[in-house]
Design a protein around this ligand. Structure first.
Ligand SMILES: [Zn+2]
Length: 449
């Protein structure tokens, strides 16, 4: 078979090879043996280069499943083996929704297609695999991040449908209070220093950091990034992806990028001591660095850098602003139900120095057509934004404990994530139960001293 033609037809011809394999498509070594090795390798290389995409003409039923998920605004698709079937679930607006069972053969066919298109190869999986591919719809293109994990002799898979955050030009749209957004803008105009976004997994850190990068005029500055993985293309940003298969690790990548004379460096995400120390030193010396780190709140982000052995005096010198965040489900504006705050609600608002609202809102049981009968529609960020002024800097340099840092942040008037959540309850954006399901009230210090 030759591959001289271009476009979908070319992809279609290549898929013929995979269809041959599919017909013998158990996840075993034999499958790969039956494919011409060079042709499979070409397909893999194209997938890695991002030139082999899932398109309607070639890939059913995978294309159809993805189309349904994208039409439903799902962010995630889960494939889980149950008996001789696979259980398919979507995450939509933060909620897992059951989409039914499909026969094992059909699921395996989809997963095999997915693996081929994500450049993962099709031989039996003994380890977790992660990769990315593109879905080409008639009107939209989506990047899909694929994770496949071997479970009990078969596999379980997760697909994250990546939605570019380019539309977020106004960072208030992330859910930031106006004063917090202003503080962030002020610090982004610094020539050097570290702006760090902290939060647990799935807290929206990536969306925030991409939105921050989008605020720069990248045509007129040198912007570089090292990411694990690259989730979206940012025009005019030189984006480098961590690639463990080829020994491109974050510390080495960071050092190379810093030699490229960057004005702006974006790092997602700091996970090791060498990277943490390199980032902190570089932010002290010359560059403005945007980075994410796994933490519970702003004081936890400082603690995370300490955990990676970044010296207190360097961390204190380089930090400009700490943004900690999480996500809560937003109430459906069409069907949320007003009620008076209870005695307990009032006590919480008062204890956290938030004006008690006349009414707060709950989701309607059974929702409405607008929210697909869930009562919630989308998610919004809740934030803690700490500006590192001289007082905070001194506290960090002197090695103040996270508990005392939290107290200091509250006394200086920086809202905790929980307090910020209460603002959103008071504004009717989310429900008190949604916030309390995520945080216990004492999280981030016990109110204002
Ligand atoms: Zn509704």
């Amino acid at each position: 078979m030759t591959y001289e033609c271009a476009g979908p037809q070319k992809t279609k011809q290549r898929w013929c090879i995979l269809n041959k394999i599919k017909n013998n498509s158990e996840f075993d070594e034999a499958s790969e043996d039956q494919a011409p090795a060079t042709e499979l390798e070409t397909i893999r290389q194209e997938a890695e280069l991002g030139t082999l995409h899932i398109i309607q003409e070639t890939i059913q039923p995978l294309y159809g499943l993805l189309e349904t998920a994208i039409t439903d605004s799902a962010t995630d698709i889960h494939f889980d083996p149950v008996g001789d079937h696979f259980f398919i679930r979507f995450r939509i607006n933060g909620i897992i929704r059951n989409r039914g069972m499909i026969p094992q053969d059909e699921a395996k066919q989809m997963l095999l297609q997915l693996r081929a298109y994500a450049g993962m190869g099709i031989s039996k999986t003994f380890t977790a695999l992660e990769s990315q591919c593109k879905w080409l719809g008639e009107e939209v293109v989506k990047d899909i991040r694929v994770t496949i994990v071997p479970i009990g002799g078969t596999v379980s898979a997760h697909l994250r449908i990546l939605t570019p955050p380019e539309f977020i030009k106004n960072i208030e749209n992330l859910g930031l209070e106006k004063k917090d957004a202003s503080a962030i803008r002020r610090h982004l105009s610094s020539a050097q220093g570290l702006v760090v976004v902290g939060g647990p997994t799935g807290a929206g850190k990536t969306t925030t950091i991409y939105s921050l990068a989008n605020m720069f005029d990248l045509e007129s500055i040198i912007g570089v990034s090292i990411e694990d993985p690259i989730e979206f293309d940012i025009p005019y940003m030189r984006q480098l992806e961590v690639d463990t298969r080829h020994d491109l690790l974050m510390p080495e990548g960071l050092r190379a990028l810093l030699r490229m004379d960057p004005d702006l460096l974006m790092v997602t995400e700091i996970r090791d001591e060498q990277s943490a120390i390199t980032v902190a030193r570089a932010a002290t010396a010359a560059s403005l660095i945007l980075s994410t780190i796994h933490s519970g709140d702003a004081a936890g982000a400082v603690e995370a850098f300490h955990f990676f052995n970044v010296p207190c005096h360097i961390l204190g010198s380089c930090l400009r602003v700490i943004i900690a965040q999480n996500l809560v489900r937003a109430l459906c504006p069409e069907c949320k139900i007003s009620r008076n705050p209870t005695k307990e609600d009032r006590e919480l608002f008062e204890r956290w120095d938030v004006t008690v609202p006349d009414e707060i809102f709950d989701p309607r049981t059974g929702g409405c057509g607008n929210c697909d009968h869930y009562g919630f529609y989308g998610r919004t960020g809740i934030f803690e934004v700490v500006e590192v002024d001289e007082e905070v800097r001194k506290a960090i340099i002197s090695g103040t404990s996270p508990m005392d840092l939290r107290k200091k942040f509250r006394n200086k008037g920086f809202s905790s994530i929980f307090q910020n959540g209460l603002y959103k309850v008071a504004a009717g954006d989310t429900s008190m139960k949604e916030l309390l399901d995520l945080y216990w009230p004492d999280f981030g210090g016990s109110g204002i001293d």
